[in-house]
Ligand binder design. Structure first.
Ligand code: HPA
Ligand code: ZN
Length: 326
């Protein structure tokens, strides 16, 4: 449609992207072959057919199984390199990439192998596309506090190249409070913080992310809309929400995109942004996400421009670089 060139042409930052979630089935097969790793699928079509999820855990089970093909620094480089090519084509000028070290270190892959592969692809993206990027190390919330502390210790040699820490994986039953001490330790090391909250979990988890962790951003935040007092607080604090419409659809956080809250979030004065989360699994990269809500919710170009502007304002870039983008 005629909105496509406008969306692609909007300067955008991507703030919520799990690099393991950008593993396309074709690359999954190629890496399975290269590393002689067995995967429970016979063909690319079979993989795509398995991508029908009824909730977050359904997705996570397949997402962690897929990640088993990632073994060497070259694999992580190739994975991120493919993402940056898609993002550049979508008009992304800056990308903040989440990665899940525990998914790999628990299989015997070294932290160094993961992070060095990602860093080399980031340098390549800067050269090739002029795209800036940063790393967000995510702790898996279904694992223990001690395991998160161990991961933070392993990251120590790279902390000058890691911008932030995040919290992802199975939300319900694993409230932010479980990780308050490890986030305090990360903050003391100068890291920024972003926490998945209010995707499936209740508004109480968003309060915990704010009150017990002092998070800089909220990833998703959909269920904050259930609590008017919380909405007012998020507005008053100018807290960025990294919303992921196609993810919300595929994980049944919303029944259909016609019910997506993105425009109600903007209407409420929230600093909402649009992002792709796990684009290989959810059927679209960032421009697809903008297009999906533009169509389903009838967003104006002004709304779309606000969302894109919010992405730079909510980024972890230094303020002078933010100013240069808006
Ligand atoms: N939620 C929680 N954990 C995740 C997600 C998500 O949307 N994507 C990848 N890990
Ligand atoms: Zn996510």
């Amino acid at each position: 449609t005629d909105i496509d060139p406008f969306i692609t042409g909007l300067p955008k930052a991507e703030l919520h992207l799990h690099i393991e979630g950008s593993l396309e089935p074709e690359l999954m097969f190629a890496l399975a072959e290269r590393n002689k790793v067995a995967i429970p699928f016979a063909s690319v079509d079979e993989v795509r057919a398995a991508y029908a999820f009824s909730n977050l855990q359904d997705f996570l089970d397949i997402y962690y199984a897929g990640a088993a093909v990632l073994c060497t620094r070259q694999d992580f480089h190739d994975l991120a390199s493919a993402y940056f090519a898609r993002a550049a084509a979508d008009g992304v000028l800056h990308a903040e990439i989440m990665f899940d070290p525990q998914t790999h270190t628990d299989r015997g892959i070294s932290f160094a192998e993961v992070v060095e592969g990602l860093l080399s692809a980031m340098a390549e993206a800067k050269d090739k596309y002029g795209m800036t990027s940063q790393l967000i190390l995510c702790f898996l919330r279904h694992l223990s506090e001690e395991a998160a502390f161990e991961t933070l210790r392993q990251a120590e040699p790279w902390l000058d190249r890691i911008t932030a820490v995040g919290l992802d994986s199975s939300e319900v039953g694993h409230p932010p409070a479980k990780f308050a001490r490890v986030f305090a330790a990360a903050r003391a090391k100068g890291l920024k913080i972003t926490v998945h909250a209010g995707e499936e979990g209740p508004p109480a988890y968003v309060y915990e992310a704010l009150d017990l962790i002092g998070t800089d951003r909220i990833d998703h935040g959909n269920r904050a809309m259930e609590d008017p007092v919380l909405v007012r607080r998020l507005r008053e604090e100018g807290k960025t929400l990294t919303v992921c419409p196609l993810s919300n659809l595929k994980l049944c956080v919303v029944g259909d995109l016609q019910q997506h809250p993105i425009d109600r979030m903007l209407q409420a004065g929230l600093a909402a942004t649009v992002n792709s989360d796990d684009p290989a699994y959810f059927g679209g990269y960032i421009a697809d996400n903008y297009r999906a809500v533009a169509e389903a919710r009838g967003l104006s170009r002004e709304h779309l421009a606000t969302l894109a502007r919010n992405s730079f304002l909510g980024s972890f870039l230094p303020s002078e670089q933010i100013a240069a983008h808006i």
